[in-house]
Design a protein around this ligand. Structure first.
Ligand code: HEM
Length: 427
């Protein structure tokens, strides 16, 4: 076989399948061969160009004109006609939001809607986020054992996201189920049978998002980022159109919730399986922010993103024809020895860890990155004080939702001896 640029496809490139176990377990490891031998390759199974080195991934992120993000939320596995019909029945019409909008519209919209995300405007949320974290911990702290994903990490980022957005939280449970469907629908490889159920869930998600939005629009005086967007729609309908509001209402829940829940789970797993690092942050919690960056580097929750070439171009010396779709693998870039010293080592003192590409880079870089960091910092801070002797339960198996991009374990079991809890000892 040949790639669309006429070059032959190597055996490794021909075999590459992101839905196979190696990539699902450890995408960076699964692409080690590529970083070493063929950093930009055509994958016939995926029909994407795969980019694996740090400089190349960053260059693609940086140039959002040549490499448009318009396909970022496109269904990776197209729907069979029956599934498309189900979605049609729901009037599903997901359009551009922010992450997949081209210039100049994107930047105008981003500027209008940026305020709530600025660090100075996030500070006011810290107090209630900490209370929420302590409240969830109280529920299991005397039990000696917990699945942190199920009992906490899946809950907190959703609650925080809803409150930040101004969305009433009664609908949270439903929304969670839908957002899993949205992830598989967008970045997964569902079977034709699964596609039908997923289409049903995505349709419901779309409908629920619309209902919530309608309720919010009935009284647009509320506080929160979706209210900001609604008000901007009233004053700047050309920059913040109706279609944006509807699509964003759905997309932002996934963007804010799943990503942060997974990143937190990945960070705890990483730190608890590197006991020295865990002990260091217990002794000195001011190390937590740099430990978080290192965890986002080696175990980020968004491991690959997508772009499409708007003209004939080149990445890392490889010709990519106009219309070529690219899978840019941040997890691989984050472990590229051309950029990082001892990339496979976890070093919470690494001076440049924050150069990881887990939040993307350039014009579209994650707007919520400081919210995610704040949540992770507060959660870690409470654990190192209240459960420093906690350990991972041995021999547990970790499972992941099969998809190219969103990565985190579906459960994370830890255990501890409640009698040793520091708060009990000092009582
Ligand atoms: C965009 C990752 C949390 C809102 C992105 C992008 C990535 C990403 C990879 C695309 C970047 C690019 O194209 O250059 C993550 C990760 C998170 C996280 C790993 C958690 C650890 C959040 C949260 C929110 C959020 C908590 C909101 C409350 C957004 C928005 C965009 C975005 C609005 C679109 C920005 C634009 O296109 O201008 N995020 N995200 N994210 N994220 Fe996040």
């Amino acid at each position: 076989t040949k790639a669309p640029n006429g070059c032959p496809v190597s055996a490794e490139a021909g075999n590459f399948d992101p839905f196979d176990t190696p990539y699902q377990l450890d995408p960076a490891e699964a692409l080690r061969w590529s970083r070493d031998q063929e950093p930009v390759f055509w994958s016939p199974k995926l029909e994407y160009w795969v980019v694996s080195r740090y400089e190349d991934v960053k260059a693609v992120f940086r140039d959002n004109l040549t490499f448009s993000p318009s396909i970022a939320l496109e269904k990776l596995t197209s729907a069979p006609p029956e599934a498309a019909k189900i979605l049609e029945g729901y009037g599903y019409a997901m359009r551009r939001t922010m992450v997949n909008e081209d210039e100049p519209d994107h930047m105008e919209r981003r500027r209008l809607l940026m305020d709530a995300f600025l660090p100075e405007n996030l500070e006011k949320h810290e107090g209630w986020v900490r209370e929420l974290v302590r409240d969830y911990m109280d529920r299991f702290i005397d039990k000696g054992r917990a699945d942190l994903v199920g009992e906490m990490f899946r809950e907190i980022p959703l609650t925080v996201a809803l409150r930040f957005l101004g969305v009433p939280s009664e609908d949270a449970k439903e929304l969670r189920k839908f957002s899993v469907a949205h992830t598989i629908n967008t970045w997964g490889r569902p079977s034709p049978q699964q596609q039908l159920q997923i289409a049903e869930d995505v349709g419901q998600f779309w409908k629920t998002a619309q209902e919530i939005l309608d309720r919010m629009r009935a009284d647009p005086t509320g506080e929160g980022w979706m209210y900001d967007s609604i008000r901007m729609h009233e004053t700047h309908p050309d920059i913040v159109p109706e279609s944006y509001l509807r699509s964003m209402m759905m997309a932002i829940l996934v963007a804010a919730h799943e990503t942060t829940a997974f990143a937190t789970a990945n960070a705890f797993r990483t730190l608890l399986s590197n006991r020295e690092a865990w002990n260091d942050i217990c002794e000195n919690p001011t190390l937590i922010p740099s430990a978080i960056e290192e965890c986002l580097r080696v175990a980020g929750s968004v491991v690959a993103w997508r772009r499409i070439a708007t003209e004939d171009t080149e990445v890392g010396g490889v010709k990519i024809p106009k219309g070529g779709k690219l899978l840019i693998v941040q997890a691989s870039a984050n472990r590229d020895p051309r950029h990082w010293e001892n990339p496979d080592e976890i070093d919470i003192y690494r001076h440049n860890a924050a150069e990881h590409l887990t939040f993307g880079y350039g014009a579209h870089q994650c707007m919520g990155k400081n919210i995610a960091r704040m949540e992770m910092r507060i959660i870690l801070d409470e654990f190192v004080r209240r459960l420093p002797h906690m350990q991972l339960v041995e021999n547990q198996t970790f499972e992941y939702l099969p998809n190219t991009s969103f990565r985190g374990p579906t459960s994370l079991w830890v255990e501890w001896e409640p009698a040793q809890n520091p708060e009990r000892l000092t009582r």
